[in-house]
Write a protein that binds this ligand. Structure first.
Ligand code: PLP
Length: 371
């Protein structure tokens, strides 16, 4: 066994794919790697006022002590779900999960547990979705990235064969920063009403849509499952699904990652509600983020998204470029397989409303020098 592990580690190293946990970054580094799109993770003032509120609370908040189905503490979770339902205000109900990974690996197998349902997923969906698909053991097909004609073909073939479809996409793709045509997706759902439409909004919540509620909020009647996460723009941990009440009851009974895992600390649930309310008011941060995205795209070319990438196409070169950027005080981590397909290794740039134009300018100039 140890020889096999050695061999695997050697091979990863040889091909530039060995991952190590990075050291604590100095405060002076300009961070273009974390998903702190609104700059909330660094807002000590907001965290202090939240903690001051908590200091008045005499109930324990640190550990849930059991899964949601068994825990005696429910108040913080119920209150968080109410906050989410009030925000969307479209008749859907909310169900909180411990993380986006838990949500995707719990919900997908619950929805596609038999061979009568085929999963149709975009070619570039996140690993947590792939793992959910694998756990489901349902037949699946992946359509070309953002190619709605390809999806339409697959829907037709499966409908002709009498199979229902579970269509899974992201509203903003985590490694490319692009989006599917939501209206076309909704049109397909209307054409094939037996289809379950599942949209992971991990990188859109806080950033896109009215009040930062994502790109599916305006299509609530057509999107069966909206997954949002608290770990990106919301500077926290956890995830939620918005769905019809009947679907929520089904997931409470069938999503194994919800049933068989200790619930997140009530403290995190409370912070999630606090920050979710605040996030909706942050239109000026969203505007700043858009300005930052436009400035960088103008400088280096490409799409004006809060996630931009420079494709290098070679793991060793990508790692070296990331090191060169770090030496100049810029943290832009290399993305390699299996996160992205081989040949598309890249520097992934994650922008924040907290970046100044000077910082974006320095990144652009340094990238142009290195490429
Ligand atoms: N879904 C998408 C699209 C993601 O990019 C990620 C994380 O990067 C997740 C889900 C997982 O979310 P979490 O970090 O909350 O487990």
């Amino acid at each position: 066994m140890s020889a096999t592990i050695d061999g695997e580690l050697d091979s990863l190293k040889k091909h530039g794919n060995l991952r190590v946990l990075p050291d604590e970054a100095p405060d002076s580094i300009m961070d273009f790697s974390s998903n702190d799109y609104l700059g909330l993770a660094r807002r000590i003032d907001i965290q202090q006022s939240f903690l001051r509120e908590c200091a008045c609370i005499s109930r324990w908040l640190i550990g849930a002590s059991a899964s949601r189905l068994l825990a005696s503490r429910q108040a913080e979770f119920n209150s968080l779900e109410k906050t989410l339902e009030d925000a969307y205000n479209d008749g859907r109900e909310a169900l909180v999960f411990n993380s986006g990974y838990h949500a995707n690996t719990g919900i997908i197998p619950a929805l596609a547990s038999d061979s009568g349902t085929v999963i149709l997923a975009d070619k570039l969906v996140h690993a947590s979705i792939i793992d959910g698909i694998r756990l489901s053991k349902a037949p699946f097909n992946r359509f070309r990235h953002n190619d709605m004609c390809h999806l339409a073909q697959l829907l037709r073939v499966n409908a002709d064969a009498g199979r229902k479809a579970l269509v899974i996409v992201e509203s903003v793709y985590s490694m490319d920063g692009d989006s599917p045509d939501m209206q076309q997706l909704v049109n397909l759902k209307r054409q094939y009403p037996d289809t379950v439409l599942y949209v992971d909004e991990a990188h859109a919540i806080g950033v896109a849509g009215k009040k930062g509620l994502g790109m599916t909020a305006q299509y609530a009647g057509d999107v069966d499952i909206t997954v949002g996460t608290f770990g990106k723009a919301l500077a926290s941990v956890g995830a939620y699904v918005m769905c019809q009440p009947q679907m929520r009851s089904y997931l409470v009974n069938k999503a194994r990652s919800l049933i068989f895992s200790t619930a997140m600390p009530p403290l995190s649930a409370q912070w999630n509600g606090y920050i979710f309310k605040l996030m909706q008011t942050m239109d000026s941060e969203r505007r700043q983020l858009r300005d930052n995205a436009e400035m960088l795209a103008h400088e280096i070319g490409g799409r004006a998204s809060h996630i931009q990438c420079v494709i290098i196409g070679d793991a060793v070169k990508t790692v070296q470029m990331s090191r060169d950027l770090a030496a100049k005080g810029l943290c832009v981590l290399p993305i390699r397989r299996p996160t992205v397909p081989p040949g598309t290794e890249r520097l992934r740039i994650s922008l924040s409303a907290a970046h100044s134009s000077g910082q974006i300018g320095k990144l652009a100039t340094t990238l142009k020098e290195l490429i």
